[in-house]
Design a protein around this ligand. Structure first.
Ligand code: ADP
Length: 372
């Protein structure tokens, strides 16, 4: 569990790499607590790695301060910081065996041989490679090589481990296994992990705290549950999970209209009645037309394993996306029910910083193309 004390404070950080006014980070404020597992999550180019490089000392902010335990370290060079980084490309030394790859930093620091043996062995045990010390690194699988890279980063006993998409090069099954292992290591070691990924599922399953970023700006900081259940804007809602997002009108506190129907909800609303409404596909129940709040016709049913994804067109023309375990026939008239706590009310984007929905969707599609 993270402690209450701030280990790292990033205050009012701006980064303008080329000095041309294009900001990689804009007014970033973030604290990271001791022992916390923090994940920076967002689409490619949103500034996650830049934030990590600022913590590591590889990028100096154009403006703003970096503190460690309250001390200003903005100008401290990387090798003096109690921080180590694991990259997606592990950059191991191919001509050395596993043991020597892990021992490398300790040899440079002239640690006595006996201590090197003990510390390296302890790290190899931790990453599950205790019997692999004398193997050439290039005889190992991708997942095993990444473990060597993690052991190498941890052997210096850093206070903070920075992980920049460390599992990005692994196949899905190996990723899942390594996610579990990283969580276990974080627990065992009790050090702070700052993790970068564009994979929302990875972020949600591993972290104490998720920081959702877009376009150099933090969109929301919270626990995975907060971020999933109470997304602050359409960008977060869309990025975190597939949702139905549609415009709504708050008629009064706890009463919102969307898709032509008035629904009781658990939110009060904001200054203006126009809002965005988010409904998770698993929060919509399909029933008979008479018992439903919305009348709709089933257009498409796709079998997805445990549940079906169902597309149902309402009388008003909105195409609802629903997750349901029942079997429904295409063309059938149904009713849809949404309980008050399944309805999330969000402020409409107001400033230039927050994007209208169409742009968010365009970015999402780009992101998907990136991954293929
Ligand atoms: P992410 O890690 O979220 O993919 P980055 O932090 O790498 O994003 O990049 C944020 C923005 O800064 C991007 O627009 C990227 O092109 C730009 N950028 C990153 N590194 C540099 C650099 N060394 N010089 C110039 N621009 C950079």
């Amino acid at each position: 569990m993270p402690k209450d004390t701030h280990l790292i404070d990033l205050n009012d950080i701006y980064v303008d790499y080329a000095g041309d006014g294009v900001l990689a980070l804009e007014n970033l404020n973030l604290y990271i607590r001791e022992n916390e597992f923090v994940t920076l999550l967002g689409p490619s180019g949103c500034g996650k790695s830049t934030t990590l490089r600022i913590i590591g000392g590889f990028v100096k902010p154009t403006q703003g301060t970096v503190r460690l335990n309250g001390e200003d370290i903005t100008d401290m060079p990387p090798h003096k910081r109690p921080v180590n980084t694991v990259f997606q490309k592990y950059a191991l030394f191919p001509n050395m065996d596993v043991f020597e790859n892990v021992a490398f930093g300790l040899r440079i620091a002239k640690v006595p041989e006996k201590e090197i043996r003990e510390r390296v062995q302890k790290m190899l045990d931790l990453v599950g490679l205790s019997k692999y010390g004398d193997r050439p690194v290039d005889s190992l699988s991708g997942g095993q090589q990444q473990r060597v890279a993690i052991a190498r980063a941890l052997v210096n006993e850093p206070k903070v481990l920075l992980l920049d998409e460390p599992l990005g090069a692994l196949d899905l099954k190996m990723r899942r296994g390594m996610q579990e292992e990283l969580k276990r290591m974080h627990k065992t070691l009790g050090i702070t992990f700052v993790y970068v990924t564009h994979d929302q599922e990875e972020a949600m399953t591993m972290s104490d705290t998720v920081v959702v970023m877009n376009d150099g700006i933090i969109q929301q900081i919270g626990t995975p549950q907060d971020i999933y259940n109470e997304p602050k804007n359409a960008f977060v809602a869309n990025f975190i999970g597939e949702s139905d997002i549609l415009p709504g009108i708050m008629h009064e506190p706890y009463l919102v209209e969307f898709d032509g129907v008035k629904f009781p909800c658990v939110d009060k609303g904001f200054e203006t009645p126009e809002v965005d409404v988010v409904v998770r596909p698993e929060d919509i129940k399909i029933t008979t037309p008479e018992a439903g709040m919305i009348r709709a016709t089933i257009e498409e049913v796709t079998f997805m394993g445990i549940h079906n994804v169902i597309l149902a067109r309402s009388e008003n023309g909105y195409l609802w996306r629903i997750k349901d375990t029942g079997s429904w026939e295409e063309g059938k008239a149904v009713g849809l029910v949404i309980e008050p706590d399944g309805i999330h009310i969000m402020r409409k984007p107001v400033s230039e910083d927050e994007m209208p929905l169409e742009e968010v969707e365009a970015i999402e599609e780009e992101g998907m193309e990136d991954e293929t």
